[in-house]
Design a protein around this ligand. Structure first.
Ligand SMILES: C[S@@+](CC[C@H](N)C(=O)[O-])C[C@H]1O[C@@H](n2cnc3c(N)ncnc32)[C@H](O)[C@@H]1O
Length: 200
């Protein structure tokens, strides 16, 4: 997850919350490629099932400024209650004008682990040693768009096909058939007014 704040002539600031080795790997790989951040980049390694708001504040996060939150490819790896807690905390830490970008995967309810294993088999031949189904929390969870709306966010959900079309790109023929996650709805949300749902 990345939260980025900054407005007017200030330098934008960004922070990445992830589990430590992943965070270190990403930072090192980008540096090795010579891809330096254009904003101040302050990684905050943290397990998002735990008290990440305290870690963010301790790292200098300022909740009085609007924040752009990005939770990309993350939610299916969090237990349902941690997903809700994530958006509770994001809402509590968000000044009006803040935005959230994330995705909603309705099919996680009946995620097909065997299909996922079959699809990742070629990657295992190339050295991938993870078992994706064992990383995913399946079963019922709160639909992200509904949850954010209830918290006062204005929410827009875009289906995968519509997103491809918006950017003038052809949709792979079998995108939804081969993806073990099924349909993915891309979500963006904006917080207007001052309707924050309580502090964490
Ligand atoms: C499929 S990757 C998405 C990567 C992301 N889109 C990016 O470009 O960096 C899933 C990410 O979720 C993170 N993740 C999974 N469970 C987590 C948790 N409990 N706390 C923090 N990060 C977690 C992993 O470290 C990994 O970076």
């Amino acid at each position: 997850m990345r939260g980025r704040t900054g407005c007017g002539g200030r330098r934008a600031r960004s922070s990445t919350s992830s589990i430590n080795p992943t965070c270190a790997f990403k930072t090192r790989t980008l540096a090795d490629l010579g891809a330096g951040p254009t904003a101040l980049h302050r990684p905050v390694p943290v397990d998002l099932r735990e008290d990440w708001p305290s870690a963010l504040r301790a790292a200098g996060f300022d909740p009085s400024q609007p924040t752009a939150w990005l939770a990309e490819g993350l939610l299916i790896y969090l237990p349902p209650q941690a997903q809700d807690a994530l958006f509770d905390a994001i809402t509590a830490l968000s000044a009006p004008g803040s935005t959230v970008a994330t995705e909603y995967v309705p099919g996680i309810v009946d995620f097909d682990g065997d299909k996922a294993r079959a699809l990742s088999a070629p990657l295992r031949d190339q050295g991938l040693d993870i078992d994706m189904p064992s990383l995913v929390y399946t079963g019922a969870r709160t639909p992200v768009p509904d949850y954010l709306r209830e918290k006062g966010w204005e929410v827009e959900g875009t289906a995968r096909a519509d997103l491809f079309s918006r950017y003038g790109r052809p949709l792979p023929q079998d995108a939804e058939d081969t993806d073990p996650l099924g349909e993915i709805v891309y979500v963006r949300a904006t917080l207007g007014g001052s309707s924050r749902a309580g502090r964490v």
